[in-house]
Ligand binder design. Structure first.
Ligand code: SF4
Length: 94
């Protein structure tokens, strides 16, 4: 099955618990998500189209689906985080 490229949150309803999108409660993105291509705005707040709880994706390091960061493991086995250059991101989008 082909995946939809653009996800819109049409039909989502804001609740006290978060944004209810087709029965899934979505939480707003965290600071580290800013700049990621998977962020979508809905009624003034930003949500991640990949994860309902973006905060959890950053608890143990870098979100593995982030489009603006990537984690690299160096020779010592340490995880390094490199912000991707905008030019690289643009090239990838081609
Ligand atoms: S994919 Fe990861 S970094 Fe991007 S918005 Fe979602 S949780 Fe944040």
């Amino acid at each position: 099955m082909a995946k939809k490229k653009t996800i819109s949150l049409e039909g989502a309803v804001k609740t006290d618990a978060g944004l209810n999108y087709k029965g899934v409660i979505m939480e707003t993105i965290v600071e580290k998500c800013e700049g990621c291509d998977r962020v979508v705005a809905f009624e003034g707040d930003n949500y991640c189209t990949t994860y309902a709880k973006p905060e959890l994706k950053w608890v143990r390091g870098v979100c593995n689906f982030a489009t603006h960061f990537r984690a690299e493991v160096d020779k010592a086995g340490k995880v390094k985080v490199n912000p991707l250059k905008a030019s690289k991101r643009a090239a990838r989008g081609r």
